[in-house]
Design a protein around this ligand. Structure first.
Ligand code: COA
Length: 168
């Protein structure tokens, strides 16, 4: 069992977040600049998992009233509206050596809790086909194939209705 603390990000976490992001993603990972923007503009929607003072996992997001999340600009926080109705997850990542310990599940549980407290309606994201069942486990519905070709991959839309989900 890994002893883990889930908390909101702050500016000092940027290096640990970059390390986690680059260990978990290849061509589709966010740059340091993007990560910093997400920290500065929407810390409420950016949670980290910490163990023994090290960042070992993260989930980050923006908020918008839009339903179409395929544009690249939102990843740069262009169009982010703090009081938007939807949360849009960009990255959910756990360092490979810590995977399989329920850490992403704790991150998602807290993320959903925070989203509800912020009175959001939905959580939207796009994922690769192999993770569709992973998100369905949390109560997400399949929204069809995405038109995004981010990182040269094929993506699928998933959405979670927050007022229909209890505990995960
Ligand atoms: C996907 C990822 C975040 C999972 O993190 P993790 O901490 O290992 O996941 P957990 O241990 O919390 O697993 C939670 C549940 O999901 C399941 N699960 C984990 N990885 C899965 C996968 N790749 N596909 C399907 N189910 C998966 C687990 O079996 C567990 O199920 P249970 O609750 O029934 O036991 C992690 O593998 C990762 O960082 N991958 C690289 C980045 C990535 O692809 N992120 C997703 C962005 S769309």
């Amino acid at each position: 069992m890994v002893d883990v603390n889930i908390r909101q990000v702050n500016k000092r976490d940027v290096d640990g977040c970059c390390k986690t992001e680059s260990a978990c993603y290849t061509s589709d990972g966010a740059t340091r600049e993007k990560i910093l923007k997400r920290i500065m503009l929407f810390p409420e929607g950016f949670l980290i998992a910490e163990s023994e003072g090290e960042i070992i996992g993260l989930v980050n997001s923006a908020s918008t009233d839009k339903e179409d999340i395929t544009g690249e600009e939102l990843k740069d926080m262009v169009g982010h509206v703090k009081d938007g109705g939807n949360m849009v997850i960009f990255s959910l990542a756990v360092l490979p050596e810590f995977q399989g310990n329920g850490i992403s599940k704790q991150l998602m549980a807290r993320f959903i809790e925070v989203s509800k407290a912020l009175r959001k309606e939905k959580v939207l994201l796009i994922c690769k086909s192999e993770l569709i069942p992973y998100y369905q486990n949390y109560g997400f519905f399949y929204g069809g194939k995405s038109s995004s070709k981010h990182g040269g991959f094929e993506w699928h839309e998933m959405y979670l209705l927050l007022n229909a989900v209890n505990e995960i």
